[in-house]
Design a protein around this ligand. Structure first.
Ligand SMILES: [Zn+2]
Length: 301
């Protein structure tokens, strides 16, 4: 369950995606607020893992490699967190490549839509950060250019569902859509643990019991029960779904660094027993993966 000191923050971003802290700074900050473990879950990239691993050794805290995928389900955007994947897995790498291509196209389209509103942001912005530009980055740029006052006001105004900058992921037909089911499978195939991120805290703010049952049937390993955008009632509701379907429970701050006054890291911290459960599940997926690779090797002869 939640703890007030020590513990793990399962969901943090670095400047490898849309956060402001370097992976080293993420780990250092985690240590400074007394976390015993932290997971970096950048969008569509594992590029920060090596640096964070080194920094964690130095800071003597445990680093948990993670990633956050953007997926769709019935044209609704959902995010999937993956932990402990083999980031050199060929399917995983191919999907990541597609995700990035799609992200870039989505950014281009969003900028186009915003330009139609009179917000002049150069289309080249989509190419920045190796194409890893996120909606949050665009909001910051809009603030710099005077089209929005604050992040809290700008994000929902321009990127909420039905807002003018919002583009449904994979709606551009560029690559095979990463559905929630497929994202779970890809994470599992790479030997990782799949957790549905903030199931009711971001663009989707309600999920029926049937919907939660369906995601459990897709094979998800767990739900991100605790998240700053999910109220206590919501957490209770998700927790009961976890009990009902035998799912793992995680929680994290979804910290993006210093975006407002104070970084959120450590404001959601979980007892380390949840990390142990995630690790045990990862070991299961890893051994299935090893077996599969061995079988495939035998077939090849
Ligand atoms: Zn996140």
């Amino acid at each position: 369950m939640l703890v007030t000191e020590g513990g793990i923050d399962f969901h943090v971003h670095s400047n490898q995606s849309d956060g402001s802290f370097s992976p080293t700074k993420v780990v250092e900050y985690a240590g400074s607020v007394g976390l015993e473990a932290v997971s970096l879950c950048d969008h569509d990239t594992a590029a920060g893992h090596a640096e964070a691993t080194r920094a964690a050794k130095e800071a003597r805290i445990e680093f948990v490699p993670g990633i956050e995928f953007t997926a769709v389900w019935d044209s609704e955007e959902h995010h999937l967190l993956g932990y402990y994947m083999d980031v050199n897995d060929s399917t995983f790498l191919r999907v990541l490549k597609d995700c990035r291509a799609e992200r870039k196209a989505r950014t281009r389209k969003a900028l186009e839509q915003l330009r139609a509103l009179g917000c002049d942001i150069p289309p080249e912005m989509a190419e920045q950060k190796g194409g890893m530009v996120d909606r949050g980055d665009i909001v910051w740029e809009m603030i710099r250019r005077g089209y929005a006052k604050t992040f809290e006001e700008g994000y929902p105004k321009f990127f909420g569902i039905d807002a003018p900058g919002y583009v449904v992921p994979y709606s551009l037909g560029l690559v095979e859509p990463l559905t929630v089911k497929r994202a779970i499978d890809v994470i599992h195939e790479a030997g990782g643990v799949a957790i549905l991120a903030h199931p009711m805290g971001f663009l989707v703010t309600h999920m029926s019991p049937e919907r939660l049952k369906a995601v459990a049937e897709f094979g998800v390993d767990g739900l991100e029960v605790y998240h700053p955008r999910q109220s206590q009632d919501v957490s209770e509701y998700l927790l009961s779904a976890c009990r009902e379907h035998g799912l793992l429970v995680t929680g994290g701050s979804d910290c993006h660094g210093r975006v407002k006054d104070k970084p959120r890291m450590g404001t959601v911290r979980m007892d380390l027993e949840h990390l142990e459960a995630v690790k045990a599940r990862a070991a299961e997926w890893k051994s299935r993966r090893t077996q599969r690779l061995r079988d495939a090797g035998k077939e090849k002869g």
